[in-house]
Design a protein around this ligand. Structure first.
Ligand code: CMP
Length: 138
């Protein structure tokens, strides 16, 4: 059993895509073990994306991620990190397979609707960044 963090980004929330994204998880039998809506400060977004702190897009990304509410979810299941990444599609929607969330809804690499952890190590850090253990229901 594995966990991953999913975020519906500010563009996904403001465009009314919460139900669409959650519905895709549910239709694929994914267990949502934790879920809440929050709004990050830019400093909180910088802490979350600290691995990208030297990238040219860091300032723009963290400004965007703190520009409005996001929905954070802890997803649970066998091989869930990879399963969620398949459902999301490639980071750049231009490269995402048809039928994936990013191909169907995103138009650019920064405003790409969803985030998902890319490894067990980042999933542990990212879930711990937003949830305490009482907020995760296995
Ligand atoms: P995400 O899965 O949230 O992880 C880091 C984010 O940085 C990524 O999705 C993209 O939204 C963003 N990102 C990655 N590469 C670029 C880039 N070249 N230009 C702008 N944003 C990027």
């Amino acid at each position: 059993m594995q966990r991953t963090l999913s975020i519906i980004k500010p563009d996904g929330v403001s465009r009314g895509l919460i139900g669409e994204v959650v519905g895709r998880f549910e239709k694929n039998g994914i267990h949502i073990a934790g879920m809440k809506m929050i709004r990050m400060t830019q400093a909180q977004a910088e802490g979350f994306y600290h691995v990208h702190r030297n990238k040219p897009f860091f300032n723009s990304l963290t400004r965007f991620m703190s520009s409005g509410p996001v929905v954070v979810m802890a997803l649970e299941g066998e091989n869930i990190i990879e399963k969620n990444r398949k459902l999301m599609g490639a980071t750049d929607p231009k490269n995402a397979e048809p039928g994936t969330i990013r191909r169907d809804f995103a138009s650019e690499i920064e405003k790409n609707v969803v985030h998902g952890s890319d490894s067990p190590e980042s999933a542990t850090f990212e879930i711990g960044y937003f949830f305490n253990r009482f907020e995760i229901v296995s």
